[in-house]
Design a protein around this ligand. Structure first.
Ligand code: ATP
Length: 233
């Protein structure tokens, strides 16, 4: 049986993540799908809430599906979270023959060349790429060439080998992003509850998450904008 891996910031986890994770369970013969929240992302802005709260929200979001697991290794590791380090560790634990399948949205693939040792990822895992609605499946040419070199058109390749293939799934994803969810939570817009599980929404309210962090973030960016404008004038 294969193991699915799903890395991300999950700031917070939302229905878009859960929908593609469920699609992956449906399409592949997975014994489990591990959500791996990063501690310090190396190639993007810092998350607004702590790793501990993001993992707690993941625990709540996945509690009804026994094959979903929250793997906290990147949170427990000191320093920036590099996917390659995580894959090396997991491969060592599971041995050379277990198929590992790493789930990614097409937006993440677009900038995969910013990841540490990105071309070595396939030495440890397969990639299962989901088209993100609203984001055209277009990659810079050197990334397309790499994708084409390893792309397979039949899912069975992912189950029958341990690593090294890329599959682009036609599975439907939801047009939702954590950025949109954070903006709505920051403004306490109630209809955000359509975009994330109710247990996660309750956790956000109980722990007063995103309101202050979102305001600080927006104050900071409007301060930067104002300073830029002041310097320009
Ligand atoms: P943000 O808006 O903060 O960038 P995000 O919604 O993209 O967040 P992440 O935790 O950064 O969420 O994403 C983790 C992984 O999930 C990435 O590979 C991303 O492409 C994928 N992903 C996130 N949302 C969706 C979605 N709605 N459909 C398909 N893939 C998604």
């Amino acid at each position: 049986m294969s193991i699915g891996l799903f890395g991300g910031t999950f700031d917070p986890v939302h229905n878009g993540h859960l929908k593609i994770a469920s699609e992956m369970l449906r399409l592949l013969n997975l014994s489990e799908l591990r959500f791996i929240p990063c501690a310090l992302p190396s190639h993007r802005n810092l998350p607004l809430v702590s790793a501990c709260d993001r993992a707690a929200m993941l625990d709540l979001a996945i509690e009804t599906e026994p094959r979903f697991v929250c793997d906290r290794r990147e949170i427990d590791r000191i320093g920036p979270s590099f996917t390659i380090d995580t894959l090396v560790e997991i491969r060592k634990e599971l041995g050379p023959s277990c198929p590992l399948i790493f789930l990614m949205g097409s937006d993440a693939v677009h900038s995969i060349d910013a990841w540490k040792q990105w071309k070595l990822l396939l030495n440890y895992t397969h990639l299962f790429i989901v088209n993100r609605p609203g984001v055209p499946m277009r990659f810079p040419s050197h990334i397309w060439e790499w994708v084409k070199m390893y792309q397979v058109s039949n899912l069975s390749f992912l189950d029958s080998t341990s690593n090294g293939h890329i599959f682009i799934t036609p599975a439907n994803a939801l047009e939702v992003s954590a950025t949109e969810v954070r903006n709505m939570l920051g403004r306490r817009l109630l209809h955000v509850n359509r975009l994330l599980p109710s247990s996660v929404f309750d956790f956000v309210k109980q722990n007063d998450l995103y309101l202050e962090q979102w305001n600080n973030e927006n104050r900071k960016s409007s301060f930067v904008k104002k300073s830029v404008l002041a310097n320009e004038n």
